[in-house]
Design a protein around this ligand. Structure first.
Ligand code: NDP
Length: 258
C-alpha cells in the first residue's frame, strides 16, 4: 500500500477520542450551514474552541447556541462576507483573534460558492469574479493574515476544501471547477513553502457528494435522502485538523470512500 493510501485509510477510519481536540483553537469558514456547520459541531464536541466564520449572522448564532447546548467550549463568532472582505479586514480580524487567543491551531477553508453550471463559452464575468473572490482570493488573503497566528502553534493544520471537479475537470462546472483546481494548487504550494520552516501542515479534502444546500442547487433532480448527511463525514476532518495527522503534508484526501 502506498503512503498516500495509508494516510487516506487512516483518515477514513479515524475515531477521535472524546477530548481529542481539547484546547485546540480552530477557525472554520462557512460554519453556519452544511459541512462547515457539522464539522464545527464535531470539533467542539471533541474539545476544540471553534471560531465560526460566515456571512449570515443568525446561522452562526444558531451554531454557537448548539455548541453551548451540547456543553462545548465557548465558540467565537466572525461574521464576514468573503465576497467583499479586503486584506485590511482580514488584518483587523487577525488582530482581534490575537487579542483573544495567543495562537491558531487550525484553519479550515470550507466556504465556497457554486456560481453557474454553464459552458465556459458563455460564463458570465460577474459570477466568474465572485466565485474566484470567495473560493480563491479570499482563501489566500485570509491565510496570509492568519499565518502569524498559525505559526504560534506547535502543531497547526491548514486545510483546503476540494471537489471531484477540482481534481478531474467536468464540462459546464465553470468557475467552481477552476477555483477548486486553484485550491489544490494553493494547497500544494503552501505545503512546500511551509514544510520544514514551520509546524504547519497543509492538505486538502474532497467531501464527496453530501446532502447540503449547495449539492441540491447543483443537482436539483436528485433525492437528497440518497446522500450522506454532513455529520456522517466528519471523521476525516477531525483527523486532518487534530493531532492524529501530525506530519501529514501536501496530501489531497477524500472524506468518503470512492
Ligand atoms: P453549503 O452551501 O451548505 O455551505 C456553504 C457555506 O459557505 C455556507 O455556510 C455559506 O454561508 C458559506 N458561504 C458562501 N459564500 C460565502 C461568503 N461570501 N462569505 C462567507 N461565507 C460564505 O455548502 P456545502 O456544505 O455543501 O459545501 C462546503 C464545502 O464543501 C464547499 O467548499 C463545497 O465546494 C465543498 N463540496 C461540497 C460537496 C457537496 O456535495 N455538498 C461536494 C464537494 C465539495 P451562508 O449559509 O450564509 O450562505
Amino acid at each position: 500500500m502506498s503512503e498516500a493510501q495509508a494516510i487516506q485509510d487512516a483518515a477514513l477510519q479515524y475515531q477521535c477520542p472524546p477530548q481529542g481536540l481539547l484546547d485546540r483553537i480552530i477557525l472554520v469558514t462557512g460554519a453556519g450551514d452544511g459541512i462547515g456547520r457539522a464539522v464545527s459541531l464535531a470539533l467542539a464536541d471533541h474539545g476544540a474552541t471553534v471560531i465560526l466564520l460566515g456571512r449570515t449572522q443568525n446561522k452562526l448564532e444558531a451554531v454557537y447556541d448548539e455548541i453551548k447546548k451540547r456543553g462545548g467550549p465557548e465558540p467565537a463568532l466572525a461574521p464576514v462576507n468573503l465576497e467583499v472582505a479586503t486584506p485590511a479586514d482580514y488584518a483587523e480580524l487577525a488582530g482581534l483573534f490575537e487579542g483573544e487567543f495567543d495562537r491558531l491551531d487550525g484553519l479550515l477553508h470550507n466556504a465556497s460558492m457554486l456560481g453557474e453550471i454553464t459552458p465556459l463559452d458563455h460564463y458570465p464575468t460577474g459570477t466568474w469574479n465572485s466565485v474566484m473572490q470567495v473560493n480563491v482570493n479570499a482563501q489566500l488573503q485570509l491565510t496570509q493574515a492568519l499565518l502569524p497566528l498559525l505559526r504560534q502553534s506547535e502543531d497547526a493544520s491548514l486545510l483546503f476544501t476540494s471537489s471531484g471537479v477540482g481534481r478531474q475537470a467536468r464540462a459546464f462546472w465553470g468557475a467552481y471547477a477552476v477555483s477548486k483546481f486553484a485550491n489544490e494548487g494553493m494547497m500544494q504550494i503552501f505545503a512546500q513553502e511551509l514544510d520544514k520552516t514551520s509546524s504547519i501542515r497543509v492538505n486538502s479534502i474532497n467531501p464527496g457528494a453530501t446532502r447540503t444546500r449547495m449539492r441540491a442547487a447543483a443537482y436539483p433532480g436528485e433525492d437528497p435522502q440518497s446522500l450522506p448527511a454532513p455529520a456522517d463525514l466528519v471523521a476525516p476532518y477531525l483527523y486532518l485538523l487534530g493531532p492524529a495527522s501530525q506530519g501529514v503534508n501536501g496530501q489531497a484526501l477524500d472524506a468518503q470512500r470512492k
